[in-house]
Write a protein that binds this ligand. Structure first.
Ligand code: MN
Length: 485
């Protein structure tokens, strides 16, 4: 059980929460125009007449955005609707030049699905997906550049969005946090959204209500718009739920309203009373035909799917013997999982995982570099582990070798060779061969001890032969002399 129960004076209360997440679709051009979606361009650089809402301009649906939405729907284990339709959502705002947003209302492209989240107590929970629909983004109003003016940047106007609506299945901040991390992981694996909440490419609206434990149905909810980090979403849920409990416990009532989350205090304050859906005067978009998909198209998208984090994690546990925890850490992002798999190829996977999650991640942190810029390649990490597994070097030497690899990007086998590390740690192996040679030639041992000193060369030769030339002759010489004397 990971539900959050808030104890009031008169009752125990449970938290009810649902999320609506706007995910910016990864696509070179916008959803209904050919303008670029490039992030970081100068203001109003990427604006076509369609995006600017010029009279007579007609939208043309970007097929790639449809593809991305279907792919995401499949990743959410959801039903793909072969028939969907666009609708106009009407509202007036300076950064919405058309005076309406092209969205989907009655007929979304993706229907019900579910996402399995992993919780801190080791359990999992399925969170229901209500729907996913596609729509265009609005522009951006800038109010803080001049005291008496507001500016409008339409670069974002018309960029494709997927709005994902969950069922009110969350019973704690932790469950919502786990879901957002899992959703981000899934869209990143799929390459359908980059999932950066701080850059606004994934924006979360949080709906919260509470009810007495055992109570049926739902009470009035409040919505917090555009909460921009996982941590803030969790804080918003907890504090908003506590506010509801306090209001109810003091005999008051919660009104349906939109509230703003303040990251500096962690609290929410009222923004405006909830607009109800009919305020938007939705009606079918007359400039676009309904979107009709067939089975072949959906099968084609399915064929392009990569292995998703849950499946990958299960495989790492089953085939490579990782613990569930290690596998989930490694599989959270695809780059790490791919790096691990490459490094573990042909080597002891558990040891590779330990090195990856220990010294390797610590090294990246310390150097403040991303995985793709790591000086230590996957192959070299695998080789290092192999040197340990095959007893060429011990764990302590491995740490020294790793430090050199992190500085030079070098190959651990070469480093071990060049620094003579192998020979030093190989003493045990040399000794075994020396003992074997001595035991096999009692006559020569007796002759040597009787004063035939030049037999030392014969012993050294035998050991060198047996070690296929890998032993250091100086060490062998010294060792034999010590053993025989
Ligand atoms: Mn929306």
């Amino acid at each position: 059980m990971t539900g959050l129960i808030i104890e009031g004076k008169t009752a125990s209360w449970e938290v009810i929460c649902g999320l609506e997440i706007h995910c910016q679709i990864i696509s070179k051009s916008k959803m209904f125009s050919g303008a670029s979606t490039h992030y970081g361009s100068d203001a109003n650089e990427n604006v076509s007449f369609v995006d600017a809402g010029m009279p007579g301009m007609l939208p043309t649906l970007n097929e790639h955005c449809v593809y991305q939405a279907v792919k995401t729907g499949l990743g959410l284990n959801a039903k793909i609707n072969k028939y969907s339709a666009f609708a106009r959502k009407n509202y007036f705002y300076a950064d919405l030049p058309q005076g309406y947003q092209i969205s989907q209302f009655q007929y979304p492209i993706v229907g019900e699905g579910h996402v399995t989240v992993d919780l801190s107590d080791g359990s999992t929970k399925d969170i229901g997906i209500e729907r996913l629909h596609i729509e265009q983004d609005a522009g951006k109003s800038i109010h803080d550049m001049a005291p008496d003016k507001s500016f409008i940047d339409l670069n974002r106007a018309g960029v494709g969005l997927m709005e994902i609506v969950t069922k009110p299945d969350f019973r704690s901040p932790e469950e919502a946090g786990a879901f957002l991390r899992k959703l981000r992981s899934i869209v990143r694996y799929l390459g359908t959204c980059d999932g950066n909440m701080d850059e606004g490419s994934m924006r979360c609206d949080v709906n919260v209500s509470v009810r007495k434990v055992g109570e049926e149905g739902y009470r009035t909810r409040c919505e917090m718009k555009n909460v921009n980090s996982v941590k803030f979403v969790m804080q918003a849920i907890e504090n908003e739920a506590k506010r509801h409990v306090e209001v109810y416990e003091n005999g008051g009532n919660i009104e349906q309203e939109t509230r703003q989350f303040d990251p500096s205090t962690g609290l929410t304050k009222v923004m405006r009373k909830k607009e109800f859906a009919h305020d938007y005067r939705y009606f079918p978009e007359p400039d676009l035909l309904p979107l009709v998909l067939d089975d072949d198209y959906i099968a084609k998208v399915k064929a392009d799917m990569v292995e998703l984090p849950d499946a990958k994690r299960a495989r790492f546990v089953k085939e490579l013997g990782l613990t569930a925890y290690d596998a989930s850490v490694i599989c959270e992002n695809k780059e790490t999982a791919d790096f691990f798999e490459k490094a573990a190829q042909g080597h002891d996977a558990k040891k590779v995982a330990n090195w990856l999650m220990g010294d390797f991640f610590a090294m990246l942190n310390e150097k403040k570099v991303e995985l793709k810029d790591s000086p230590v390649s996957a192959e070299n990490l695998g080789k290092l582990v192999e040197l340990i597994t095959s007893n060429v070097i011990n764990g302590k030497t491995a740490k020294d070798v790793f430090a050199i690899m992190a500085e030079t990007g070098g190959d651990p086998e070469k480093i071990v060779e060049e620094k003579g590390l192998k020979q030093v740690t190989d003493m045990g192996a040399i000794e075994a061969i020396v003992d074997e040679v001595i035991a096999s030639a009692p006559d020569n041992v007796a002759a040597y001890k009787a004063g035939k000193n030049n037999l030392l060369g014969w012993f050294v030769g035998q050991v060198m032969k047996k070690s296929q030339g890998k032993a250091n002759p100086a060490i062998v010489n010294k060792m034999i002399a010590e053993k025989l004397n």
